[in-house]
Design a protein around this ligand. Structure first.
Ligand SMILES: N[C@@H](CCC(=O)N[C@@H](CSS)C(=O)NCC(=O)O)C(=O)O
Length: 291
């Protein structure tokens, strides 16, 4: 299999090649089968329906209704872990969980520059200095490492693939668990605010575009296998997880044609997020700006 990796952004200060962006792990060691069905999905612990190396937790911050996701390669000797979309207010809770589970946090990742809450990535770095922050290059925000479409973020033997999904903001990306013989099945898509469960991110600020969002979701998310699990950055209705197939059928915005979608988005009439004027400038610098 041909694999292309972007090596120019690889951090040489990374503790070991098991925690690398863009560098492939050999595919020769396969301690488990990923094909045997075991049970039903759960949204609060292991989301996979089959034996896997993934430790997965969906964590919630209730003031902004934000989901943070903890993923780790639990069978790797060092249990390398990453957090997607941590919130400043819940950093202590999340780091306590990481410690309790004996994980080694290596990356704190954002799907985009959030407008409704302050990211926890900068605060995490002050508490665990070896952690590297990651955001898309297109976001123009500060971080240790910048990702672009097609990049792979490895933690142990598992990787996340980066897909560009602009429209809510210019720099939005979706992180999808890898495709490959020793990767997780079903796949998981961390969609940020591009695709919410039965909804989607608003498109009225931060370079938002309903035209772009429609194309992003249809070309980068709805082309994934239908059983791919959808984990968004927010939920306002009590949902926790969906699938690509479900959203293609039942999403009241994105299941429509593009013109209808654009019309819906133009008429959302949402008020601006309460924390927007604080959150956006702060999140451009990992959430560390004095306010
Ligand atoms: N009331 C909240 C903000 C709610 C909001 O605007 N959410 C955003 C994602 S965070 S920028 C969104 O895209 N919502 C889409 C929708 O259809 O609700 C606050 O004041 O923080």
């Amino acid at each position: 299999m041909m694999l292309s990796f972007r090596c120019f952004l690889f951090s040489t200060s990374s503790p070991s090649s098991y925690f690398s962006i863009f560098l492939p792990k050999p595919h020769s060691f396969l301690p488990f089968t990923f094909s045997q069905k075991l049970g039903s999905y759960t949204t609060s612990s292991s989301a996979q329906s089959m034996p896997s190396k993934l430790l997965f937790r969906q964590l919630f911050e209730k003031e902004s209704s934000t989901y943070t996701y903890l993923l780790a390669d639990a069978l790797h000797p060092e249990k390398p872990a990453l957090l997607i979309d941590p919130v400043d207010k819940t950093v202590d809770r999340d780091l306590a969980l990481v410690k309790e589970l004996g994980l080694k946090l290596v990356y704190a990742i954002n799907t985009h520059v959030h407008a409704d809450h302050v990211t926890g990535t900068g605060l995490i770095k002050t508490k665990v200095p070896d952690v590297k922050s990651i955001i898309s290059k297109a976001s123009n925000a500060k971080a240790d490492l910048f990702v672009e479409p097609g990049d792979k973020i490895y933690f142990g033997d598992i990787f996340l693939e980066v897909r560009a999904t602009p429209g809510h903001t210019l720099g939005c990306v979706t992180y999808v668990t890898g495709d490959g013989p020793n990767q997780l099945q079903p796949r998981m898509a961390f969609t940020g605010d591009a695709l919410l469960i039965r909804g989607c991110g608003r498109t009225d600020f931060q370079g938002g575009s309903s035209d772009k969002l429609y194309d992003s979701v249809h070309s980068q998310i709805f082309t994934l296998p239908k059983d791919t699990l959808v984990y968004p950055a927010h939920d306002y209705k009590g949902f926790t997880v969906s699938t690509v197939g479900e959203e293609m059928l039942y999403n009241p915005r994105l299941s429509k044609d593009k013109e209808t979608f654009k019309n819906i988005m133009q008429n959302l009439n949402l008020s601006y997020p309460k924390m927007m004027d604080v959150a956006v400038p702060s999140n451009m610098v990992c959430g560390l700006q004095e306010t």
